[in-house]
Ligand binder design. Structure first.
Ligand code: SAH
Length: 294
């Protein structure tokens, strides 16, 4: 783990300062870093993905505990520093790239690194990271829908994003992210983090979040892509009625011509609003669409 001073010295040694554009806010409260690592309960068969490894502060803890670590860092200078400080570790692969190919896809390099690690290690796939805030939601969504799914995620994110992740139907924070996390597993806020635990300090509060995938929940979704399309169709118009949303369907869902029957069979009131529906309701609608299209 690197103290604030060590991080500053490392950056000075290569003549750079924290880059705001890359969301560089290093976690300098080492007790909280320990809390993050301990919450993940990592064992020596687990594969850990760290997104935004910075100088390698958290990474050093991860290589001690995990079977294998995949550390992704966009900033070439920081990636170099992290590599230097972990030169002795032999269970790590560094990827100097953007973790995302685009909003809906993880970098193919990251996916293939995860896939080949899975051939060697039969533990869990974990995301443990002090995430760069601008890619937090898409990274987590992609690790829910696959192609490689994480068994658990322990991360720090902006408090506002954490609130959306844990929001319940009908609340203002409720959205696509809340739905996906709730149908895929259990999510909880471990700790709210003040700006002072980072250097440089962000303008907003953050939170440490734990997510554990529950296969028995997730398995009920018959067609993941159709589930995703269903949630996007309705939540794209969260204040319209369900009936009105049905008329706006595109793609495969445009072929559905019996929305009222689907709502009825799903036990869902057609005049309700998308933001009032639970993850369970969306599973019901998507599965009924799936059998309707079969
Ligand atoms: N984990 C480190 C640094 C966290 S700051 C620590 O706590 O000390 C977030 C890190 O994510 C920065 O190093 C930043 O350069 C990196 N980053 C930002 N956007 C990224 C992206 N799209 N893909 C991978 N890394 C990214």
């Amino acid at each position: 783990m690197h103290t604030k001073r060590q991080i500053q010295e490392l950056l000075d040694s290569v003549g750079v300062r924290p880059n705001k554009r890359f969301g560089q806010h290093f976690l300098i409260d080492l007790n909280l870093m320990r809390l993050l690592v301990n919450s993940a309960n990592i064992n020596d068969n687990d594969i850990v993905l760290e997104v935004g490894c910075g100088t390698g502060s958290l990474t050093g803890e991860l290589v001690e505990k995990a079977g294998f670590v995949i550390a992704v860092e966009l900033d070439r200078t920081l990636a170099g520093l992290a590599k230097g400080s972990l030169a002795n570790a032999d269970n790590i692969e560094f990827i100097n790239a953007d973790v995302l190919k685009n909003k809906n896809t993880l970098s193919p390099t990251v996916i293939s690194a995860l896939e080949s690690a899975r051939e060697k290690y039969n533990g869990r796939v974990l995301l443990v990271a002090n995430l760069p805030y601008n890619v937090a939601s898409p990274t987590m969504l992609n690790l829910i829908t696959g192609p490689v799914a994480a068994d658990a995620m322990y991360v720090t994110v902006q408090k506002e994003v954490a609130d959306r992740m844990t929001a319940v139907p009908g609340s203002g924070d409720y959205g696509t992210l809340s739905i996906f996390l709730s149908v895929a597993g259990d999510v909880k806020t471990i700790r709210v983090l003040r700006p002072t635990v980072f250097w440089p300090q962000p303008k907003v509060d953050s939170a440490m979040i734990g997510f554990v995938r529950k296969e028995e929940k997730y398995r009920r979704i018959e067609d993941m892509e159709l589930f995703r399309e269903t949630v996007n169709l309705f939540m794209g118009h969260r204040r319209k009625t369900l009936t009105a949303c049905g008329r706006l369907a595109r793609g495969r869902l445009a072929k559905i011509n019996n929305w009222s029957e689907i709502f009825e069979r799903g036990g869902i009131v057609p005049t309700s609003r998308p933001e009032q529906l639970s993850g369970e309701d969306y599973i019901a609608i998507a599965n009924l669409c799936c059998s309707g299209l079969a």
